[in-house]
Write a new protein. Structure first.
Length: 377
């Protein structure tokens, strides 16, 4: 077969076609100096490869040579257009396809490469689909409209970082050449200004100010276990009702199943969490929608802090109490690295002092060495 390919290219060279047939694995390609693709940031012709979508066989070689001569003719007559060649390669879409159509194909690919469940549905909608909707749906995807969406976000923010991630994935899928790393920025969780977290006393006082029995239970669970908003609806409620104060978060949570211990086990009894009472909400909603229901309720009922602050308080409390960071991270449903980035910069002087006092006053801690008979000189 290599000999056949050599003969083809010798004939093409002799005829001054300006196109070479190449074989990669068992597929055939054409290589020539071609103008930039419609969605390329480049402005001058350069060496590019065209996938023919045919196998390296006797018949395949014949067709490849014919395609090479056709391409050479189009180039010589200055009639070459990428539209005719972007239709055939697998995974590459016509330049004339609209962004709306491209998003539909990307969504299909996205769920063909991972399980389709509540977690992946939420990730798709928040991290990808919402970003993609900011693109001009009836236009062709290109560098210009991608950069317009990116630069309309605030630099060095989570939104900018997410936008660059989503659009880079879409561009790669559509064979649009671009590099968004310079636009990604320097966002990381440690750059976020720490919230003014409520004290544990304030948290407990607000529990008793809630009139609704079911929402009081939701508030108590969030405060006691540091759950994500939606996770209060994804628990093993039967175990809680039977008196188990170690709660089990279900598989359909954002980060899968896990077990969570209360830093204050006393709150399990004080808040009467064994008496499970869920508000009347549609439990078939996606996680982000359930979480939004909780956020809206807090705002409408004048709770002076967001529900997520109760989760942050649990994390800081766990650090104060000396819970190993890897264990705290597992119970919160994320990695030790993420846990460290999110919470270590939140620890104030009082947190360090309280942790020191707990450590120093432990009865079982190692004792300072005493040198018997030592006398001052």
């Amino acid at each position: 077969m290599d000999n056949a390919l050599t003969k083809i290219n010798d004939r093409l060279k002799l005829a001054q076609i300006g196109v070479v047939v190449q074989q990669l694995s068992n597929r055939l390609y054409l290589r020539a100096t071609l103008p930039p693709k419609p969605n390329s940031p480049k402005t001058k012709p350069y060496q590019q490869r065209i996938a023919l979508g045919i196998y390296a066989s006797i018949e395949g070689y014949k067709r490849a040579e014919a395609e090479a001569r056709l391409l050479g003719g189009l180039i010589a007559c200055k009639n070459f257009k990428w539209e005719a060649y972007l239709k055939t390669p697998a995974g590459v879409f016509p330049a004339v396809a609209t962004i709306e159509n491209l998003i539909q194909k990307f969504e299909k690919y996205y769920f063909e490469t991972r399980d389709r469940n509540q977690q992946s549905e939420t990730t798709w909608k928040i991290d990808y689909w919402r970003v993609f909707q900011k693109l001009p749906q009836t236009e062709v995807l290109n560098l210009e409209n991608i950069l317009k969406v990116v630069t309309n976000t605030t630099p060095d923010t989570k939104t900018r970082k997410r936008t660059c991630m989503a659009l880079s994935s879409l561009a790669k899928f559509a064979s649009v050449e671009l590099n968004l790393k310079p636009y990604k920025g320097k966002y990381n969780p440690r750059s976020v200004t720490p919230r003014d977290l409520p004290t544990d006393l304030i948290i407990a006082k607000h529990f008793y100010q809630i009139e609704s029995e079911s929402w009081r239970w939701v508030y108590g669970m969030l405060a006691t276990y540091g759950l994500r908003n939606h996770e209060v609806f994804r628990l093993d409620l039967g175990a809680i009702a039977s008196g188990d104060y170690v709660v089990s978060v279900g598989e359909n949570s954002k980060t899968g199943s896990r077990r969570v211990w209360p830093c204050y086990p006393e709150w399990f009894e004080e808040f009467q969490l064994q008496k499970v009472s869920l508000p009347k909400v549609d439990l078939n909603q996606a996680n982000h929608a359930l979480g939004h229901v909780v956020t809206v309720w807090f705002k409408r009922h004048s709770i002076p802090f967001a529900p997520y602050n109760l989760r942050h308080c649990w994390a800081i409390r766990a650090l104060e109490f000396g819970l190993d960071i890897s264990l705290a991270a597992q119970q919160m449903g994320h990695s030790a690295k993420v846990h460290s980035e999110l919470y270590h910069h939140w620890i104030s002087h009082k947190h360090h002092q309280r942790a020191f006092e707990l450590m120093a006053n432990k009865g079982e801690r190692p004792q300072v060495p005493r040198i018997l008979g030592h006398q001052k000189g």
